[in-house]
Design a protein around this ligand. Structure first.
Ligand code: GLU
Length: 417
């Protein structure tokens, strides 16, 4: 079975079911969390550069707003589907609760191939999408951010389109913006920095330093690329990386700064001078201390989990491991730092960005990075304390920690019926 056939919303629900049972969640809240609060589907007519009109499908999903405005990225990818966006929205609910920032969970996406759109097409598509979802987003409703296939420029178009409609510049409507538009220092590398912080904590649990540890990274986009750079700068040895076009390795350690230059020019990591090619699938089973899946969902499955030789998996991507793979990794003694903790650095600095926008006062980079370390180490400790308390694995521990926080908010609020 192809990995992409695994429904990510069902993968989320499978973990939620286990966590809810162990935690003793009451039935009403369980039903609420298994469902998605709101899903919007929009058709987006866009004038293409060749003079033809194309109609794209877009989504914006809000899984929960119990703890605050929905929060989550916008993904441009051919594999986008309603169930994928629903899963990603739910993961945002749990993620914002794990790091304890006052947001709910949302996500958006457009079915398209961002690499085949011109800049103008991408801008028109983005603006039409924002105009369509205008009524359900906003600084107090739902705050988008970048995800796969989108970046700071895309967020600038979101800001501008929204602002033109509300007749004032509203920069808190979106995070991950360019610096000059109210973006935050440290946001671009925030997810990668969170991977670094949690990798260091996980190594510490094994009684080993991060310096000198070997690392393999699947994906060299924003998350994988920044994680590679930061881990490299922290003294870890990144020995293998991959992207959509292939994988490379160097057992002595890749020169990540030189690799980033190469990747910026060649638009791929493949062909890098200081490396030899490797089979992309074998990256996940390479003998390393730390494996960072930082690409997409359903990469570690029941078919390859038993072959994973890493001691630690730090999930930079959302949903890289299937529910069937979880017990296999556990049995093999692999320490998994789950996605809703490991990749929460991005949304944490998004929260800092939103706060800075609303107070109109901007922090120094040092303050942002220090606060990120504080939030992430707290979340890490809380996750593992919950894991120990419920005698479970860190993924379910993280779900229980999040469930408890969202359930508490729901109990105070009650149901409006
Ligand atoms: N798209 C990122 C994620 O999956 C960031 C979300 C945000 O900053 O709102 O966590």
């Amino acid at each position: 079975m192809s990995a992409t056939l695994i429904n990510p919303y069902e993968a989320m629900q499978a973990r939620l079911r286990v966590a809810a049972q162990l935690y003793g969640l009451d039935d009403a809240l369980f039903k609420v969390f298994m469902a998605t609060n709101r899903s919007m589907i929009v058709s987006l007519p866009v004038l293409m550069d060749n003079g033809q009109w194309e109609v794209f499908t877009g989504y914006r999903v809000q899984h929960s707003t119990a703890r605050g405005p929905a929060k989550g990225g916008i993904r441009y990818d051919l594999n986008v589907s309603l169930d994928e966006i629903k899963a990603l929205a739910a993961w945002m609910t749990w993620k914002t609760a794990v790091v304890d920032v006052p947001f709910g969970g949302g996500k958006g996406g457009i079915v398209c191939d961002p690499n085949r759109l011109s800049l103008g097409e991408k801008e028109r598509l983005t603006r039409r999408y924002v105009a369509e979802i205008m009524d359900i987003i906003g600084p107090d409703r739902d705050v988008p951010a970048p995800d796969m296939g989108t970046d700071a420029q895309t967020m600038a178009w979101v800001l501008d389109t929204y602002s033109m409609h509300v007749r004032r510049t509203e920069n808190a409507v979106v995070t991950g913006k360019p610096l000059g538009l109210g973006g935050s220092l440290g946001r671009t590398e925030a997810t990668g920095r969170g991977v670094l912080i949690t990798a260091r904590e996980a190594m510490q649990r094994l009684g080993k330093p991060l310096a000198g540890a070997t690392v393999a990274i699947q994906g060299f986009g924003n998350v994988g690329g920044q994680a590679a750079r930061l881990l490299h700068e922290a003294g870890a040895r990144v020995v293998a990386v991959s992207d959509l076009k292939g994988a490379i390795k160097n057992d002595r350690g890749l020169d990540i700064h030189a690799l980033m230059k190469h990747a910026a020019e060649a638009k791929t990591v493949t062909g890098f001078k200081g490396s030899e090619p490797m089979e992309p699938a074998s990256l996940l089973t390479h003998a390393v201390d730390i494996l960072v899946p930082a690409a997409t969902e359903n990469q570690i499955t029941e078919h390859n989990a038993a072959q994973v030789r890493a001691k630690i998996i730090v999930e930079g991507a959302n949903g890289p491991t299937t529910p069937e793979a979880d017990p296999i990794l556990l049995e093999h003694g692999v320490l998994v730092v789950p996605d809703i903790l490991a990749n929460a650095g991005g949304v944490t600095v998004s929260y800092f960005e939103w706060v800075q926008n609303r107070q109109g006062f901007y922090w120094r980079e040092r303050e942002i990075n220090e606060r990120l370390v504080d939030y992430m180490t707290h979340a890490f400790q809380a996750t593992f304390a919950t894991t120990d308390k419920y005698k479970t694995n860190p993924r379910i521990g993280a779900y229980i920690l999040a469930l408890d926080r969202v359930a508490q908010a729901m109990r105070y609020r009650g149901f409006y019926a």
